[in-house]
Design a protein around this ligand. Structure first.
Ligand SMILES: Cc1cc2nc3c(=O)[nH]c(=O)nc-3n(C[C@H](O)[C@H](O)[C@H](O)COP(=O)(O)O)c2cc1C
Length: 152
C-alpha cells in the first residue's frame, strides 16, 4: 500500500523530514507520495489509507499555515476515519511551553475521528536536533515494523 506523507510546515524545515523518510520506505519495498499542501479531496478517505504526518508547531501551539485548511476539512467530515491508519512526527522547539502542540492536537483529532495510530507520536526537538531528519533513524524502523504487522 502506498504511504501518504503529509507535511505541515511554515518555514520549510519539515519538508526535509518528509523527503528523508522516502528512502527508508523504499528500502522495504514501500512506495510513498509526499503532500506538501495536504488536501482531503485528493486523499480518498473512504478507502484504506496510511498517512505519515510530519507536522511542525507555530504560533502559540498552532498549526502551520499550509495545514490549517486541511485540519478544518477533517473537522468537518461527518463520517468516521476508521479506515485510516497513521503515524505522526511532531517537530518543535522545547523553549516553548506549547512544545509540539500541533502534533498533539492533530493526534487527538484523528483519534476522535476513529483513525488508528501506529506506534507512538515521535516528537523531535530542534533544540537538541537542529537537523530533525537525522533523528528519523531512531523511530522510522520501529514504525515500519508496526506497519508490517497491520493486516492489510
Ligand atoms: C513564530 C514561531 C513560533 C513557534 N511556536 C512553536 C510552538 O508553539 N511550539 C513548538 O514546539 N515550536 C514552535 N516553534 C518552533 C518550530 O516548530 C520549529 O522551528 C520548526 O523546526 C519549524 O518547522 P518548519 O520549518 O517546518 O516550519 C515556533 C517557531 C516560530 C518561528
Amino acid at each position: 500500500m502506498n504511504i501518504e506523507i503529509l507535511v505541515g510546515s511554515t518555514l520549510g524545515g519539515t519538508e526535509y523530514v518528509a523527503e528523508a523518510i522516502q528512502p527508508y520506505l523504499e528500502e522495504v519495498g514501500m512506495t510513498s507520495t509526499i503532500h506538501f499542501n495536504p488536501d482531503l479531496n485528493s486523499l480518498s478517505i473512504e478507502d484504506e489509507q496510511i498517512w505519515l504526518i510530519c507536522l511542525s508547531t507555530h504560533g502559540a501551539g498552532d498549526y502551520p499555515e499550509n495545514f490549517k485548511a486541511f485540519v478544518e476539512q477533517i473537522k468537518q467530515t461527518t463520517g468516521s476515519l476508521s479506515k485510516l491508519s497513521f503515524g505522526l512526527i511532531g517537530i518543535g522547539d522545547s523553549n516553548y511551553d506549547t512544545f509540539c502542540f500541533a502534533a498533539k492536537r492533530f493526534d487527538e483529532l484523528l483519534l476522535e475521528k476513529e483513525a488508528t495510530r501506529l506506534g507512538d507520536v515521535f516528537n523531535i526537538d530542534v533544540v537538541n536536533s537542529p537537523i530533525p531528519e537525522d533523528r528519523l533513524v531512531d523511530w522510522i524502523p520501529l514504525w515500519i515494523k508496526d506497519l508490517s504487522n497491520l493486516a492489510i
